[in-house]
Design a protein around this ligand. Structure first.
Ligand SMILES: [Zn+2]
Ligand SMILES: [Zn+2]
Length: 333
């Protein structure tokens, strides 16, 4: 009998699906690309043709210009070469999908990046049993346990209320995290205008166009310093400590990232208020997901492969690590 999944070939540049003659999340330009979601380490510009959800395609259009696009809605099945391909929600960012590949009775699920926590800005992860589950392992160590998201948002609001002369500046990645923090604040009853750095504008506008309400947003540009006192301001992490932030009224520097669990990282970035809010699974969620998906084999991509491979061994699930390049661990976190 042929080896399970021998029609899927992992290369450093991405996962090649031979009978479809197509790549999943290739880091180089290819003729046919199946793209899980819009983060730059998964979606690149310049492909001959792209298959992705309509939301991911819209995000790619904003970032790379018009794509040669083949939209695939969640739950829809299409044929690429000899392979049946469908997309189901991954719960990571708006439009993010797991890609299901069916060929000659074998099913492979490429999860891209995913999480299991509720997120008001995207559809929840769908468990899809399969033969081979290709998973990320960004937080694949038992020390990574993300706290409750609502409790982190409450810490942010508490700090804002107790520093009346200041503002709170939250570093968050422009795609996904920024909109999620805003939506979580709205869900906690924070109805005041939220201010944003110019780099956030296009993606926030796109989220709203795609049906994710974010409440009243105002650009920092043009706002007077007094107007910003007592406000929440969202900016890309790179702007937290740069000249741009000097115009703000004595900001409390916060950052929303799963990496804020690591105190040293918070200190390195001069973050006064680390908020552990992640768009990836923590250790418990990764292992819970593997149990639920119940695959014959687990293939592990970016992150800490070793611990998860060890866990798979203890649970008698075959696993292997894929040495993909171009996945920047900090990109969306
Ligand atoms: Zn991602
Ligand atoms: Zn990723």
């Amino acid at each position: 009998m042929a080896r399970l999944g021998n029609w899927i070939e992992p290369f450093p540049e991405g996962i090649f699906v031979k009978p479809a003659d197509a790549w999943v999340d290739p880091s180089k330009a290819v003729e046919k690309a199946l793209v899980t979601h819009g983060h730059a380490d998964h979606a690149r510009g310049g492909h001959g043709a792209v298959w992705a959800t309509p939301e991911t395609l819209a995000i790619m259009d904003v970032r790379y210009g018009q794509q040669s696009a083949n939209p695939v809605a969640y739950g829809e099945t299409i044929r690429v070469g000899e392979v049946e391909v469908s997309f189901v929600p991954a719960g990571h960012v708006l439009g993010s999908a797991q890609i299901i590949l069916d060929y000659r009775g074998e099913r492979v699920v490429v999860s891209g990046d995913y999480k299991r926590r509720p997120d008001p800005t995207c559809a929840p992860f769908v468990v899809t049993p399969c033969d081979i589950f290709i998973t990320e392992a960004t937080f694949g160590l038992p020390v990574f346990r993300h706290p409750d998201t609502g409790a982190e948002i409450d810490r942010l609001l508490h700090r804002l209320a107790h520093e009346p002369g200041r503002c709170v500046l939250v570093g968050a990645y422009a795609l996904g995290k920024a909109q999620r923090v805003i939506a979580e604040l709205r869900a906690r009853g924070h109805d005041d205008p939220i201010y944003y750095h110019g780099a956030m504008e296009r993606l926030c506008t796109l989220y709203e166009q795609l049906g994710v309400p974010l409440g009243e947003l105002r650009p920092v540009a043009g706002a007077k310093k007094e107007e910003l006192v007592g406000r929440i301001i969202i900016c890309p992490p790179s702007a937290l400590n740069d000249r741009w932030s000097r115009r703000l009224p004595d900001p409390v520097t916060a950052m929303a990232s799963g990496w804020m669990r690591v105190r040293q990282r918070a200190r390195q970035k001069n973050v006064e208020l680390p908020l552990v809010i992640s768009d990836h699974c923590d250790w418990d969620e990764l292992t819970q997901t593997i149990r639920e998906v119940s695959p014959k084999e687990v293939w592990i991509t970016h992150g800490r492969e070793d611990a998860l491979m060890h866990w798979c061994m203890l649970h008698q699930i075959k696993s292997r690590e894929l040495h993909l390049v171009g996945y920047e661990e900090d990109e969306e976190e």
